[in-house]
Structures are given as C-alpha cells and as structure tokens.
Design a protein around this ligand. Structure first.
Ligand code: GLN
Length: 488
C-alpha cells in the first residue's frame, strides 16, 4: 500500500498499475493530488480553475469502471487541461478578460476523447493570453512561477500545464503549441512535452490563435506517459478538416531502449549566437549519450533557412491571429462593453478585453495583411515557409531525426523580458521552425545548468512520432533527469 500523501508523485504508468491491482482507488489518488494543489498552488499559480467537485465525481465513475474491468491506461488519472481548450460547463478563459466568464456549451475533441478514456480533470491551466507569449507573464490574471525557482518563469504559453506537472499538481496535462508553447515550457520545467505533426490531433474546440500552426499535445513526467496520452488523443476527427485520416499506431510499441541503426543529425543553425554556455554543454553531452546508445550522429548538418523562421513566424502568426480574434466584438459571446453606439461599443470591448501583447499581434497582423503590403509581407512569408519545409524534407531523407536544444537559455527571471517584446520572441528561436514546417517535435529533460532544467529537442518528418518517442525513450532510460522533482 502506498502512503496516500505520496500518490501525487506517480506517473500515469505507475498509477495505472496500482489502480488495476486495486491497491489504490481513483478517489484516493484524486484527493492526494487535490491536497497537493492546496499545499503548493499559492506558490506556483498554475491553475485558472480547480475543478474539485467534478474531479471527485469523475474519480468515482472511474472507480466503477476499474471495478468492472473496463479501464483504459488513463482511467482515473488526474489531468490538467490548458485553459484554451473548451470544456462543457466549465469556464474556459484563454487567460483573457475577453473570455473571463465564457462557459463553453461543448467539449473540445481532445477533452471528449480523454473523457472517454476515463480522465479525471483536475482543473484548467494558466497560460499567456490567447497563447501569445513565452513566459506566462502575459496571462491577464497572474503569472505562473517555475517550481524549480519561484522567481523564474515556467515558460509559455503552456506555463500552467508545465508547472503543474513539474510541481506534482497534476499527473499529466495537455498543452497547445503554435511556435513552441508545449516544448519550451516543458524544457523550462524539466518535463516531457510533444508537439505532434500538424493534423495528428484534432483542433476542434481549441480556441484558435494561428490556425495553420496550432497543435495540441501531451505534457508528461516521462516518455511512456507521453506515448499513453498521445494514443488517447491522436486520430482523425470529422469536426476538424485539417485533422489527417491516418491510422494511429500504438505509440507504446515504439518504446525500445536501443538506438542501433538510427541516424541522427545536428543542425548547426540551432546553436545560435547568445545561447548560454551551460545549455550548449548539456545538449552536447546528451548528443554523445545518444551516440553511446548506438545512434550514428552527423554534427555537420545545415539548414540555412532557419534564420528566417522568426520573421516568417511573426508575419504568419499575427496575420492568422488578427483574423481569428476578429470574432471578439462584444456581440456574440465573451466580454461586452456598453458604448455610445455599435462601433464605440466594439472599440471599447476590444480595447478593454484584450491585453497589450494581444493588441500588439492584432496590429502587426493587420499591417501585414493591408492592401499593398500583402505581397510584400504575408505572401513572401508563405514562400519562405515552403523553403523551410523543403529543407527539413531534404534532411529527413538522410536522417531519422534531428537533435537541437529546445531553448537557448534556462528559465529566465520573472520581469526580465517583459519590457522588450523582441527579446521575448527570441526565446522560441529553436521551436518556431517546427510549427512552420508542420513536423513533430518533442522536448525531453537533458540535465541541469545551475540547478535549472534544460531540454533537448528531437525532430522528425511528418507522422514520425514513433521515431521521436524511440529516440527519447532510449535516452531517458539511460539517465535519471526525468526522476528529479523540484523541492517546494
Ligand atoms: N511564444 C510564441 C508566441 O508568442 C509561441 C506561442 C505558442 O506556441 N502558442 O507566439
């Protein structure tokens, strides 16, 4: 019998074993996680909403399924969902005043799938407003703190989902990633985060930021858990026309602790100027480890268009965002501000409802799409996007996967970059190209620099999630990084 105050430390795989052996119940596990939240949440601030009542009733239902032998690997396991995924009857805010009181009448497909798999949803995770940001400081409500050092950011925009898993306030979480928002906070918080191939997971019910880049993915304590969550959420959805109709393999079958025959490439452009020395050393050591595990490594790969990824992203993402956010007009749903007339009311609604970073993106996107500028900016960015994608296609003819750092730095101090948007944008330099190309990317804990977590990023061709998981699993099994948890 496990001591109940420790249950929150379990991974999905460990908890599942105890649940099916009836050594613990889902209600006990859920209570242990709720107790943990009440102990540490005032330091971490990962949750916009804690759904205690509904979590406990979901746990009771899960216990019934477990009793009758009708359980999936996720049945009865407490999870946190980023607050930009719609949850029926439960407030979904996008950490914005615009949606502060919005209660969706339907579930996102991922939520529906996890419900079918027996999820216990413990709450909704804090984020940068409308997923725009890299530090969680753009949440309209409060900033989430990094559990490894409470004076530092957890990364963003899925900072709440990342911090909650690192702090043992959830066994796993779901994040969304438009330019790095799953992988960079996973790296900053010392957990696993995967952005699947564009189209692998349904975006139905995910509140849109930049529709050609957004993708939902798992944030977990280890690689086995990542495979288990991906198994549950991946697959075609008739409600999302961009979801791809391709069979979903059992991702746990890819978890083989050996890399014989695997060819890896290391693109030099990802070791950018301004990268911290400690991060470089950590990633180099991790690459050597992959070699010892049997992979062949080419350290001389070049992807010369990488330098265009940041400017391309900051044209395409704001352009799509400005179109997506046009719907918040105070008429249909969300925040509404009385004005002198219809136009005044719309202006006041948008003026008060959106925070400064969201407004910055709307202005950038409006500019890039204006008559006369469309060809010069948006159309050109789309062409360069194709170049970036082709370079990846070429590289994946030679290599099974590419290895890079997830972020050029360890987590920075709260407030360090808020005064300088460009500096903030640079934190995603290693993750943005992956969304531009639509390929899958995974961040895995690769060690610590001065006590702060560092992530290694693994990239593959479209729908090669199994390869990424295999490389990551072999690495993970040969290290102890993923077993470390912050002391709170
Ligand atoms: N930090 C990037 C941005 O602010 C990426 C955000 C994301 O992936 N949602 O746009």
């Amino acid at each position: 019998m496990q001591s109940s105050d420790r249950l929150y430390r379990l991974t999905i795989e460990q908890a599942h074993k105890l649940l099916i052996k009836k050594e613990i119940s889902s209600v006990e596990l859920t209570k242990a996680v709720l107790e943990r939240i009440s102990q540490v949440e005032e330091k971490v601030h990962a949750f916009v909403t804690v759904t205690k009542e509904s979590a406990l009733s979901q746990a009771e239902e899960a216990d019934k399924c477990l009793k009758s032998g009708d359980a999936s690997p996720l049945t009865g396991i407490p999870a946190l969902i980023k607050d930009n995924m719609c949850t029926r009857g439960i407030r979904t805010t996008c950490s914005s005043h615009m949606l502060e009181k919005f209660v969706p009448p339907y579930n996102a497909t991922v939520v529906e799938r996890l419900n079918q798999a027996g999820m216990v949803m413990i709450g909704k995770g804090n984020m940068d407003e409308f997923a725009m940001g890299s530090s969680n400081e753009h949440s309209a409500f409060f900033a989430t703190h990094n559990p490894w050092d409470l004076e530092r950011v957890p990364g963003g925009s899925s900072g709440g989902p990342a911090a909650s898993v690192a702090a043992n306030e959830a066994i796993y979480s779901l994040g969304s990633d438009t330019g790095g928002s799953i992988r960079q906070p996973a790296s900053f918080c010392g957990i696993v985060g995967m952005k699947p191939t564009y189209g692998r997971v349904s975006r139905f019910g995910l509140i849109a930021f930049a529709s050609s880049l957004d993708q939902i993915g798992p944030m977990t304590k280890d690689i086995t858990d990542c495979a288990l969550v991906l198994n549950a959420i991946a697959g075609h959805d008739p409600k999302d026309a961009t979801s791809v109709n391709q069979p979903v393999p059992d991702y746990t079958k890819a978890l083989i602790p050996d890399l014989k025959g695997i060819k890896l490439g290391v693109p030099k452009e990802y070791f950018v100027e301004g990268m911290e020395d400690g991060v470089r050393k950590t990633i180099e050591a991790a690459i050597s480890r992959l070699e010892q595990l049997g992979a062949s490594v080419d350290r001389e790969v070049s992807l010369p268009s990488t330098k265009y990824a940041l400017p391309v992203y900051y044209i395409i993402a704001p352009s799509e965002a400005m179109a997506n956010l046009a719907r918040y007009d105070g008429v249909k749903y969300g925040y509404s501000h009385e004005g002198a007339n219809m136009w005044d009311s719309m202006e006041q609604t948008r003026g008060h409802g959106f925070g400064p970073e969201v407004k910055r993106r709307i202005i950038l996107g409006t500019y890039a799409l204006s008559a006369g500028y469309y060809d010069a900016y948006y159309f050109k960015a789309q062409k360069v996007r194709t170049l970036i994608r082709r370079e990846f296609d070429e590289a994946f003819k030679q290599y099974d996967a590419l290895i890079t750092p997830t972020s050029p730095t360890v987590p920075f101090k709260i407030g360090e970059k808020t005064g300088d948007p460009l500096k903030m944008y640079l934190s995603d330099i290693c993750t943005l190209p992956i969304n531009i190309a639509g390929i899958p990317g995974l961040s895995i804990p690769a060690g610590f620099c001065d006590g702060l977590p560092t992530g290694m990023q693994i990239l593959g061709k479209p729908f090669s999630e199994e390869t990424l998981l295999r490389v990551a699993y072999a690495y993970e099994q040969s290290t102890e990084w993923h077993k470390q948890r912050p002391k709170l």
